[in-house]
Structure formats: structure tokens, C-alpha cells
Ligand binder design. Structure first.
Ligand SMILES: *[C@@H]1O[C@H](CO)[C@@H](O)[C@H](O)[C@H]1NC(C)=O
Length: 332
């Protein structure tokens, strides 16, 4: 039974732990290499422009620090909206259409390697870097779900998607990365786009928060397989920190109500119009006449697909608490 004494003791242990962490700090992570899709893209899709005519060398965005004179000194963001973990050929061979702008992990990796070739001339370049291998993979399933494939068929993609993410993590480790975070998928059954697109009459199809159980289970399936792949990878590279980024539970923490979002709009998008979730696939955020809510800080979902900055802030609090203590600092 927790008494005042044991509580005081555990607080002490916690404080000791915190000071230990600080004793081995200062954490000298000085650059971030980000792979992924629209969850992390801050402009690459637009910068790359329409593929086809003349886009010989897309230039991924540097992680800028103030007005850094040296580009890329704080890492590079390779994430491109709409990207998949798997190559486009995986989808076309299954009669799925993927946009020509798709920039799969294999392409982002080749950008990463060519970036290293031109900037890094000794094996310890990545010792103070953090690699974010995702979130990626969500779109691999989206293309299936939104083009009418059955859940069972889409479930068969999971080992392929997870394999591609693990392979990409292995490649960045072979290139010298020592800190790799591999994020999982969100509980997409709580997202306005899915709630609107795949409604079910049976109330039992929804959980106590109003999310679609089947889709959340699907995301968990992906996440479980991803975590298994991460532990094999960890055995393969015992000297490298490979951390699972638990976006699923970070989102659930935000949705749980403990951080103060209003339940009445928890599953509605801020920017959007119509339906029970303020989302309409034919009139999305950004289209003419689609309004933005008064106060985005009150909402979890920004546009039905991506979250508000406030929601991300709470998610990162949850994630940092778990991830940061595991990160190796200064290449020790
Ligand atoms: C994906 O495409 C790249 C470039 O065409 C190729 O090098 C790679 O082997 C492919 N990966 C898979 C898993 O097919």
C-alpha cells in the first residue's frame, strides 16, 4: 500500500534518476535527420513541385536554426507528404494508384546517402545526430483503404511495410547513426477522415472515445509488428539506441481528456466543413470556402488528417518523457 513514506521515497528515486541523467548529460544532439510523410513534411512536397516535367534534383529542406549561414548544419528533413514506406511498384502491382509525387523511403534514403557523401568525411559524423525514421507507413495503408481494398488484404501489407521501415533503419545505422527513433502509427480510427469515410451503423464498432475499433486494431497490428522488428534490430546492433516512438499511446493520452481538450470537439477537425466530424473529403481544409475554427488550440485535429500544434505539443511531452532518457549523448 503506498504510504506517505514510500511516495516520498519514490519521488527521491525519481529525483536521483533525473540527476543521474543530468550527470551524464549535457546531451549534445545537434542535428536531426527526419524521414517520413506529411506528418513531418514542412514544405518538401511543394518545393519539389509536380514530378514529371523537370525535377532532376529535389532539394530537401534543411533543419534551420535561426539564420544559420551553413545549410544543413542542424540536419535535414527528407519527409515528403503522401510518401510511402514501400516503393510505388508495390502498389501499382496491386492495382492501387499512388501519386507520381510519391517519394518512398528508398528515395529519401538515397537523398540521405548523397547528402552524407557530400558533407561527411569521417565515420563519426552522425554520433551527435538523431534520426527520426518516420512516422512512415500510414499512407501505405491509406492507399489501400481509400481505394476499396479489404482490411484483410491491407493487413497482408503490414510485414512488407514494417520490413521496409526496418531496412531503412538498418541502412542509417550502417551509415553511422547511433540514435534512431522509429515511430509507430496513430490510432487512425479516431481521425475525422477515417470516421467520416468508414462510418458503421453498429455502435459497438466504436470504442468509449468514439473511435473506430477496427481501424485502431489495424494500427496496433502494424505497431506490434514494428516493435518486434525494432527488438530484432536492437539485437543486431546492440551498441545503437533504437527507440520505438509510441505515437499511438501519445495520441490516446491527448484524447483521454487529461490534458484538457474539450470532449465535444475531440474528434472534429478545426479546419473543415460538414458532417459529424467537420470533415468532407470533397471539400478539405484549404479548399475555397472551407472555414478554420476560431481557436485551433481547442482542437486535436487540424484538418481531419493531421493534428493541431497544441495536440502535437502534448504528444511530444509524452514522447520526450519516454524517449529522451534513452538517447545516447555526445556519442559516448
Ligand atoms: C525500391 O526502389 C529502389 C530504387 O528503384 C530500389 O533500389 C530498391 O531495391 C527497391 N526496394 C524494394 C524493396 O523493392
Amino acid at each position: 500500500m503506498p504510504t506517505a513514506t514510500t511516495k516520498a521515497l519514490s519521488l527521491l528515486v525519481l529525483l536521483f534518476f533525473v540527476s543521474l541523467v543530468h550527470a551524464t548529460d549535457p546531451c549534445l544532439i545537434n542535428s536531426i535527420y527526419q524521414f517520413g510523410d506529411s506528418i513531418a513534411d514542412t514544405g518538401n512536397l511543394i518545393r519539389n513541385g509536380p514530378i514529371g516535367a523537370s525535377t532532376p534534383s529535389p532539394k530537401p529542406l534543411p533543419q534551420r536554426k535561426h539564420h544559420a549561414t551553413v545549410f544543413f548544419s542542424n540536419g535535414v528533413n527528407f519527409a515528403v507528404a503522401g510518401s510511402t514506406a514501400l516503393n510505388s511498384s508495390f502498389f501499382t502491382s496491386r492495382n492501387l494508384h499512388v501519386p507520381a509525387t510519391n517519394t518512398p523511403l528508398s528515395t529519401q534514403l538515397s537523398w540521405f546517402k548523397s547528402h552524407l557523401r557530400s558533407t561527411c568525411h569521417n565515420p563519426s559524423c552522425l554520433k551527435q545526430s538523431l534520426v527520426m525514421m518516420g512516422e512512415i507507413g500510414g499512407n501505405d495503408y491509406n492507399y489501400g483503404f481509400f481505394q476499396g481494398k479489404s482490411t484483410e488484404e491491407i493487413r497482408s501489407y503490414i510485414p512488407h511495410v514494417v520490413g521496409a521501415i526496418a531496412a531503412a533503419a538498418r541502412e542509417v545505422i550502417r551509415a553511422g547513426a547511433v540514435n534512431v527513433v522509429v515511430p509507430g502509427n496513430f490510432p487512425v480510427g479516431c481521425f475525422p477522415i477515417y470516421l467520416t469515410s468508414f462510418p458503421v451503423n453498429d455502435p459497438k464498432a466504436y470504442d468509449d472515445k468514439g473511435c473506430l475499433i477496427r481501424l485502431n486494431e489495424f494500427a496496433m497490428d502494424h505497431n506490434n509488428q514494428l516493435q518486434e522488428a525494432i527488438s530484432s534490430l536492437q539485437k543486431e546492433f546492440p551498441g545503437v539506441v533504437i527507440v520505438y516512438g509510441d505515437y499511438y499511446n501519445a495520441f490516446q493520452y491527448v484524447l483521454s481528456g487529461s490534458v484538457g481538450f474539450d470532449k465535444s470537439v475531440a474528434l472534429k477537425s478545426c479546419c473543415g466543413i460538414g458532417g459529424g466530424y467537420n470533415y468532407d473529403g470533397k471539400r478539405q481544409c484549404g479548399a475555397v470556402g472551407v472555414p478554420v475554427c476560431q481557436n485551433p488550440d481547442k482542437f486535436i485535429s487540424w484538418d481531419g488528417v493531421h493534428l493541431t500544434q497544441k495536440a502535437y505539443r502534448f504528444m511530444s511531452k509524452f514522447l520526450n518523457y519516454k524517449i529522451l532518457p534513452q538517447i545516447k549523448c555526445g556519442g559516448a
